[in-house]
Design a protein around this ligand. Structure first.
Ligand SMILES: C[S@@+](CC[C@H](N)C(=O)[O-])C[C@H]1O[C@@H](n2cnc3c(N)ncnc32)[C@H](O)[C@@H]1O
Length: 274
């Protein structure tokens, strides 16, 4: 047990209040075995704020006018792990499908975009396909996430070079600007590519109809946060925004897709809406 956990004991009742708050607001399933993680991550925040304990912290979260501390809590209890060209087989499959379909117009949704790595990866691919005449000029990408912090960073489009470790040198030259001097080790996505990508805050546990319809949806590595019934609701809601015949991606290790929509499996984590 670390010192923070000893200093701020997490009672059954407060843990249960934290679980309900997170489940009701963002669908996060904090199972009983996550108690140590909750205590460690939020305990450090309690200490930082100089509060007396978790009860005082919960009060701070609920009385905070602008919701900033709630956002902080969400950030502390979720992971934003992502990088460019994560699970490259999905991008290869998307390319192969687009070569067949040769769409004039294309809207793609990165539905839990985190820092934007997935959205800009898609933009690199689509720009290349457009230049080769495989898709039309009317394409765009929307990235959404619950976390304001990651969205701000996504809009800035500046990344530690390490996150682009799977981007080929040719693509790096074509789509990115390398930092020098104080910015050494940082990479900025080219403004021409950024123009095609927009970001917005969206909670997948609420209505998502406002985003419109898409030909392709990426919902990768977010379903792990949700319990069974919430997973089904989220997938149904997201699939309602995918056009029939459209492509749907989840993390390839995320198993079966719980939903009430007919899907044709194409490869692990990749499906076509029927
Ligand atoms: C692990 S990242 C996935 C990033 C990217 N899709 C990938 O596969 O690399 C999961 C993201 O889901 C977001 N998230 C968690 N619950 C959410 C919710 N209810 N609505 C929208 N986004 C949520 C988190 O903020 C986090 O940025």
């Amino acid at each position: 047990m670390d010192a923070t956990m000893e200093a701020y004991p997490l009672s059954d009742s407060v843990f249960s209040q934290i679980r309900s708050l997170m489940h009701e607001s963002i669908g996060l399933d904090l199972a009983p075995h996550k108690r140590t993680l909750v205590s460690a991550r939020l305990g450090a925040r309690v200490q930082r704020l100089g509060l007396s304990g978790f009860e005082a912290y919960l009060h701070r979260v609920s009385s905070d006018q602008d919701g900033g501390e709630f956002q902080m809590m969400v950030d502390l209890l979720t992971t934003h792990e992502t990088y460019f060209f994560r699970e490259p087989k999905h991008f290869a499959l998307l390319e192969a499908e687009l070569r067949q379909a040769r769409p004039e117009r294309l809207r793609v949704w990165s539905a839990a975009s985190s820092f934007g790595d997935e959205a800009y990866t898609l933009a690199m691919l689509l720009q290349e396909l457009q230049q080769r005449g495989i898709i039309g000029a009317e394409w765009s990408i929307l990235g959404t996430d619950i976390s304001e912090r990651v969205l701000r960073s996504a809009q800035a489009a500046i990344y530690p070079a390490e996150r682009l470790r799977h981007v080929t040198p040719e693509r790096l030259r074509r789509h990115c600007l390398q930092g020098h001097g104080d910015s050494e080790g940082l990479v900025q996505v080219h403004p021409d590519l950024c123009k095609r990508v927009s970001f917005g805050q969206l909670n997948l546990c609420h209505s998502v109809q406002g985003v419109g319809l898409f030909e392709v949806v990426f919902l990768r590595n977010v379903l792990i946060y949700f319990d069974g019934p919430t997973k089904r609701e989220v997938v149904n809601r997201v699939l309602a925004q995918l056009k029939p015949g459209g492509l749907f991606f989840i993390g390839s290790a995320e198993g079966r897709v719980p939903c009430d929509v007919a899907l044709q499996p194409l490869s692990p984590g990749a499906f076509r809406k029927l």
